[in-house]
Design a protein. Structure first.
Length: 123
């Protein structure tokens, strides 16, 4: 259970850190806009696997192992959830209220995660 609680903390920290860094203009330009064109999609995927997306997948694998994330393919689910975060991160800088959008994004991710947790909400 301690490993699962630790994975919950890692998920929250990774998601929040990713959203925070994506609003930084230099990061956004270099990593989100320029890197895919310069490095190619495959190399960008390798880098993502080694950083924030990798942390997301590792935390979800820990939840899966603890019986708190029931999906047939935790790695695929991790990438799908990380893609949701990425889409929100792309929209965050232009949002009317970025702080509110950030909070909503994190709440949505938490809701999605709880949907696959058999112990959440009295399931």
């Amino acid at each position: 259970m301690a490993e699962s609680a630790n994975s919950d903390m890692r998920l929250g920290v990774a998601a929040a850190a990713f959203l925070d860094v994506c609003v930084e203009p230099s990061y956004r330009r270099l990593v989100i806009e320029d890197a895919p064109a310069v490095l190619g999609a495959a190399r960008c995927r390798e880098i993502e696997d080694a950083t924030v997306f990798g942390a997301m997948v590792a935390a979800l694998m820990a939840r899966h192992k603890a019986g708190r994330f029931e999906v047939p393919d935790p790695k695929l689910a991790g990438w799908m959830i990380a893609s949701m975060l990425c889409e929100a991160a792309l929209q965050l800088p232009e949002a009317k209220n970025p702080k509110q959008m950030r909070a909503h994004t994190l709440a949505i991710v938490a809701t999605v995660l709880s949907a696959f947790d058999p112990g959440a909400n009295g399931k």
